[in-house]
Design a protein around this ligand. Structure first.
Ligand code: GLN
Length: 192
């Protein structure tokens, strides 16, 4: 199994480090040809407007969409989830328009712009998942085929899956708990 991490801007090195810890062959992706042969791709958090612009400059946009249509699994975290979304509000960059969710950028109030909390994520098991939110987006609405994976205590949706697409508002690569990455890898392996 080979996993790529989009390395335009943002927290790509942290994702690669988690994957290496899990003994996965993981490579940074900047060129269209580096997407060939990948079973899965992670689009990291960072600044979605910047990543969007670089995806265009590096000519990655169409190739990622093609590979997704061929069954490559994609996991978008934070800005990466914004880039997967079909619909958005609050000053939206051009996205890949793959996942049937409506996302609001920078959606948490000022004093809660960045925060950490323990989440119940049933697909990851009983133990709560410690999640780090940094100027995070939230998911306003989900389409019919989208499974909600996690919500905040107030009902705000912050993680979802649509087939081979996975999105999370927070940064699972910034803690020691690799269960979200393992969940993604199980989707890639066809086990979920
Ligand atoms: N606020 C960023 C954006 O809208 C996302 C922040 C992040 O990825 N941590 O693109």
């Amino acid at each position: 199994m080979k996993i790529g991490v989009l390395a335009a801007q943002g927290a790509f090195a942290e994702h690669i480090a988690v994957l290496h810890k899990l003994k996965i062959d993981a490579v940074p992706v900047r060129l269209p040809r580096e997407l060939a042969g990948l079973d899965g791709l992670i689009i990291p958090g960072g600044e979605s407007t910047t990543i969007s612009k670089l995806m265009t400059d590096y000519k990655l946009r169409e190739v990622i969409k093609e590979r997704a249509a061929q069954g490559m699994v994609i996991f978008g975290t934070c800005a990466g989830m914004i880039l997967l979304a079909k619909h958005g509000i609050n000053g939206y960059p051009e996205t890949l328009k793959l996942m049937d969710i409506t996302v609001a950028r920078n959606a948490f109030g000022r004093q809660k712009e960045s925060f950490e909390t323990d989440l119940k994520i049933p697909v990851l098991g009983e133990k709560p998942f410690h999640a780090v939110f940094i100027r995070a987006p939230l998911i306003k609405t989900v389409g019919e085929k989208v499974e909600v994976l996690a919500k905040l205590a107030d009902g705000t949706i912050i993680a979802a899956r649509e087939g081979k697409l996975l999105g999370a508002s927070f940064h699972p690569e910034l803690t020691d708990d690799a269960r979200f990455h393992e969940y993604f890898l199980n989707i890639v392996a066809g086990k979920h």
